[in-house]
Design a protein around this ligand. Structure first.
Ligand code: AMP
Ligand code: MG
Length: 415
């Protein structure tokens, strides 16, 4: 006689799963001082406050002449030229502008005291042995970049928790900072489970035994972790055995902030992650109402966080982006971890509404709409390479050409 099936727990919504997960991610408190050159992708541990104005002085945004508008007005009726009383190149500073004269000035050079506009050289005519004639009446302030117009003295240019980008490195340098305080990198141990898995290079394609597949998850998960600034310990493939899984988890927990695994989080007899984590700590196995990527596990092994991703490659990839990425950002002190999404027109049909919220692999086309990859199976990794984003499709929703859908660009979540 069959045992009665236990009642199915309702699926957890992605938003609830994410909120719970982020609760567990307390920000790392250790701060490192790192050369500004090497901080791309790191997270600021303190506000960066500017100790100067940028630019430091009013300066010219053109090659031309610094003038006093009133003087130009005065001579303009007669068409007379004004003498050039000084020359100010970038990196030098001039002297106050003599009355009824102009200063030759170059882009980036400080505006001399007394000048109130710059006239570009194309609007002036050289009058040999006399000076220059200004052909176009200048407006006060024209072609002057104001001191502090980029950054004011005392301003916070980047707040604590900011994820640094190439442009932020430049901005930090512009206020004179050769080193930046950043949160230390999270230490992540990564392993894959599955007796069917073979490492590329260990067995040639023509010698693969029946049922064997190459371990693909290990490669993209490692790369995704590194893009998020993690120090990755790659523990390779752990066999589908309880003892081996316990050993791997126990060893990794001692020196890592997070243990990340793929595969083995369903509840089949060959799924050993659940009992192994439970024997060492605690585990929450979630069935999340998303497609791809239903099974997901969070737990603790000693002091370390544990996250178990599904084995199917696309499920693993998508759940990493939707759940592990925000978790790792929060661990580094980033406060705004939600992926950006934009409304875009679908140029495809999606007739099979699902009960779960779906993340469809799509690509922007030249007409400004979205095309759908034709095989949305959770095992088809080609879809994740072809796609440049995901459509976040609500439960029970079909899509017709012309419908506006929410698009999450991969460029916004891949690091
Ligand atoms: P599991 O979650 O262990 O039941 O695995 C689900 C599916 O994903 C199975 O078809 C596995 O063969 C496949 N799979 C699991 N781990 C990997 C991996 N590291 N690389 C590629 N496929 C995997
Ligand atoms: Mg498995």
């Amino acid at each position: 006689m069959n045992a009665p099936r236990p009642p199915q727990k309702p699926l957890k919504s992605l938003n609830n799963a994410l909120a719970e997960l982020l609760e567990f991610a307390q920000a790392l408190s250790e701060v490192e001082t790192v050369s500004t050159f090497d901080t791309d992708g790191r997270v600021l541990a303190q506000d960066l406050v500017s100790a100067l104005h940028v630019p430091p002085q009013d300066n010219s945004s053109m090659d031309g002449y610094a003038v006093r508008c009133a003087d130009v007005m005065e001579v303009q009726a007669t068409g007379a030229a004004l003498p050039v009383s000084q020359r100010i190149a970038a990196g030098t500073s001039g002297v106050p502008l003599a009355p009824m004269s102009v200063a030759r000035i170059f882009t980036g050079a400080p505006i001399p005291v007394g000048a109130d506009a710059v006239v570009m050289q194309e609007d002036c005519v050289d009058v040999p042995n006399v000076g220059v004639q200004v052909k176009v009446a200048p407006a006060p302030g024209q072609w002057i970049r104001r001191a502090g117009e980029d950054v004011a003295l005392g301003a916070v240019v980047l707040p604590q928790g900011a994820l640094l980008t190439p442009a932020s490195l430049g901005l930090a340098a512009s206020i004179g900072l050769p080193f930046l305080p950043v949160v230390r990198r999270p230490k992540v141990a990564l392993f894959s489970t599955g007796d069917e898995l073979v490492m590329p290079g260990d067995v040639a394609p023509e010698h693969m035994r029946p049922g064997a597949i190459y371990n693909s998850n290990r490669f993209f998960l490692r790369a995704l972790l590194m893009r998020l600034g993690c120090e990755v310990t790659d523990l390779g493939i752990v066999p589908d055995q309880f003892e081996a899984t316990v050993d791997a988890l126990h060893n990794a927990a001692r020196s890592h902030d997070l243990i990340l695994t793929s595969g083995g989080v369903s509840v089949g007899e060959e799924d050993h992650i659940k009992p192994a984590v439970q024997s060492l700590g605690r585990l929450d196995l979630w069935q999340i109402a998303i497609k791809p990527g239903k099974p997901f596990a969070y737990g603790r092994v000693g002091e370390a966080h544990f996250i178990g991703l599904p084995g199917n490659p696309v499920s693993s990839f998508v759940t990493f982006l939707l759940l592990v990425r925000p978790f790792l950002l929060k661990l580094q002190g980033v406060t705004d971890t939600a992926p950006e999404s934009v409304a875009i027109r679908a140029d495809f049909t999606w007739a099979r509404a699902d009960k779960r919220r779906e993340f469809l692999r799509v690509r922007r086309n030249a007409a400004g709409g979205l095309d759908l990859f034709d095989n949305q199976s959770s095992g088809v990794l080609t879809s994740a390479v072809w796609a440049d984003g995901l459509v976040d499709n609500p439960p029970g929703q079909t899509i017709n050409p012309g419908d506006v859908v929410q698009f999450i660009p991969l460029s916004g979540v891949l690091g």
